[in-house]
Ligand binder design. Sequence first.
Ligand code: AKB
Length: 315
Amino acid sequence: MQKPILILGACGQIGTELTYALRDKHDNDTIIASDIREGSEDLMSSGPFELLDATDYNALEEVIAYYEISEVYLMAAMLSATAEKFPMRAWNLNMNSLFNVLNLAKEKKIDKVFWPSSIAVFGPNTPENNTPQNTIMEPTTVYGISKQSGERWCNYYHHKYGVDVRSVRYPGLISWKTMPGGGTTDYAVEIFHKALSDGHYTCFLKEDTKLPMMFMDDAIRGTIMLMESNEEDIKIRSAYNLSAMSFTPAEIADNIQRIVPDFEITYIPDFRQEIADSWPSSIDDSIARRDWGWQPEFDLERTSELMLRNLKNKD
Ligand code: AKB
């Protein structure tokens, strides 16, 4: 029988799909969704839901004790583009929520933690192509600095206090069920919505900006796979590189045009271009494949086809 799992940030882009995936897999009553704001009626009524601020240690401790939570997925975070506008708010949210969860695990109030890192931990001095697991990491964004610091703290809490914390460096995530909020890779979701609603998209990145991306189903499957892996197989306690595909705005537009022939794209780069330029183009995830059997299933062609078909059916 699955011990209760708590999802923090359950109404966000990843949290929503993770909540549904875990509720599909286990008894709905054992998957506790929580967020600082309310989510869709469906998400809130398909199992237990708590309004909860992940930076409030006492409130978090209370919910964990009440439901006898065993595992926490900490999905609450401020992403790269928004974090540049609100540096201190981003730092406080991204770090304090992590410390709260790590300290609860240190005190044995929970058994296992998932915390997401990001390709944003890398910076302009990192090798850009096929970026290795261990390499130069000098992030130049607020978000990247918080993720890199978070990785070091996860590693520290594991080695110093035996905390079972697990993490991956997510690339940009593409989903037709949920919208991203405040990231630099958001264009790769917006473009599908605009292709169907307007037949046109104005992209905030240049046409040849190549970034690592992943279809949400792969991300959710990988996340749950990592959490269900044997403890002794998890050799990296900072965060694993995770990869599926890499493409440019021009390449995604080309894929869309194969299905929506009249689709047009124009490029007006904004402040997010500098963020994207500091990140790798592609990622070497061979260590995740070796340690816990990671294998992506979706490429750009399949992602484009599924995005357009499902968004069309949704309307
Ligand atoms: C962002 O663009 O900020 C995120 C990320 C790559 O972590 N999607």
